[in-house]
Design a protein around this ligand. Structure first.
Ligand code: GLV
Ligand code: MN
Ligand code: MN
Length: 413
């Protein structure tokens, strides 16, 4: 039987249509649980039904779309990703993995090509974690990795996790029931844009992901003394923003100059009272470090704490650090990497192996099943920004590799 081929035109049309939900002149604004996220989920459910999938929403608000296979004794093979975006984000992060998965199922349906395993397409809730500052919510719920803080989380608008989940058909009081057992899935396969420069710079169409980076996130509260900006002498100020600035540079130095870990970023700053004529009294910073090596992450934390204490002493301010998240890196097994490389070979695509510097639902799913990831190039390595772009051809190539990978997994697992 000839191998089924995905439709480049249909895939890129659905991707384009999806990109209208939450589009603004400043980029995609499809935060989890927002009206545009909810509308986008409904559009996706329609596509799933057209492809012959039956859908349900689990207690964590994840969309689970399923079609039976010919052998009822086999566990499902799942494909998926997320539909939410960061603020001012792009059209491809997460969206490609979901639209690619739906395209794969539609292609198989059109070709009347049945599988032995049941197939599932999964859309995970709040992968980005912009809302609640708790990322990978849906996939962690499915993998049994939720933490106490997920249950009590309140978002920046003062709304509880329970209430937001109800809006999308979930149920926080019974969220433990969203957990799937180990063995309930034969594999989880995720297609994603690389979000970094490697594939694009090397001109390689397909990335075989070797592992997903670890990450630690801290909330840092600096308390100085708010005072009149016109009358307070420079020598007697305790300016929390000046101390915060020193800390921003210290975080950069940890990764860039000291090379203690791969990357370090301060991406969030909240200044109080944030008025031009008041010496800032209070600043909250969001600090993030990423590395595949857990020792590098703890090394970065030690250096952060050391510098924070030094700055506090020198500036006469107090600095408090709270660990918000600490996620170890997740390796992809050699066997699953080999399957992805065979899937690329089947389509005649060149590939290279590379680690993921971004986080993905696959890292949570790896706790309960075999996980694999396929990357396609991001033009100029730009992501989490309005200029995020992957060419229609690259999106189609990745989707064809996802289909090939599914066929191989169906045959071998
Ligand atoms: C998820 O998109 C991340 O921040 O890596
Ligand atoms: Mn993503
Ligand atoms: Mn993202």
């Amino acid at each position: 039987m000839s191998k089924p081929t995905i439709s480049t035109t249909r895939l890129n049309r659905t991707l384009e249509e999806l990109g209208h939900f939450g589009a603004t002149p400043q980029g995609m604004q499809r935060l989890a649980f927002s009206p545009s996220d909810i509308a986008c989920r409904e559009y996706t459910i329609q596509l799933m039904h057209q492809a012959g999938l039956e859908t349900r929403i689990d207690q964590a608000g994840n969309i689970i779309a399923r079609k039976s296979g010919s052998d009822p004794s086999l566990p499902a093979i799942s494909l998926g990703s997320h539909l939410d975006t960061v603020p001012h984000g792009g059209k491809y992060d997460g969206a490609l993995g979901v639209m690619g998965a739906v395209e794969v199922v539609q292609t198989l349906a059109d070709a009347h090509h049945g599988l032995r395993h049941p197939i599932e397409v999964l859309v995970f809730t709040n992968e980005e974690g912009t809302r609640f500052h708790r990322w990978l919510f849906g996939s962690r719920a499915m993998a049994g990795l939720l933490e106490r803080e997920d249950m009590t989380a309140i978002d920046d608008e003062g709304v509880s996790m329970g209430s937001r989940l109800t809006d999308i058909g979930g149920d926080l009081t019974n969220v433990a029931a969203a957990q799937r057992r180990t063995g309930e899935m034969a594999a989880y396969l995720e297609l994603h844009i690389e979000q970094g420069p490697t594939l694009y710079q090397n001109g390689t169409p397909i990335g075989v992901v070797t592992g997903i980076t670890g990450r630690s996130v801290f909330s840092v509260d600096i308390t100085g003394t708010a005072n009149h900006a016109g009358t307070t002498p420079m020598g007697s100020r305790h300016d929390a923003l000046v101390s915060a600035s020193r800390l921003v540079l210290a975080v950069n130095r940890v990764a860039k100059d000291l090379e203690i870990c791969r990357v370090g970023t301060v991406g969030h700053l909240h200044v109080q009272p944030n008025a031009v004529n008041v010496v800032p009294g209070q600043v909250n910073l969001g600090v993030e470090f990423r590395d595949v090596d857990i020792n590098a992450l703890s090394g970065a934390e030690v250096e952060l704490r050391r510098t924070a204490a030094e700055i506090a002493r020198a500036d006469g301010v107090t600095i408090e650090l709270t660990v918000l998240e600490s996620t170890p890196s997740v390796p992809i097994s050699g066997a699953m990497q080999k399957l992805v490389s065979e899937a690329a070979d089947m389509g005649g695509f060149a590939y290279e192996r590379l680690p993921s510097g971004a986080g993905h639902d696959a890292q949570a799913m790896a706790a309960i099943t075999r996980a694999a990831m396929i990357f396609v190039p991001s033009v100029d390595g730009i992501s989490h920004a309005p200029d995020e772009f992957s060419s229609p051809e690259d999106c189609a190539n990745g989707t064809q590799v996802l289909l090939n990978l599914l066929l191989l997994a169906d045959e071998r697992l």
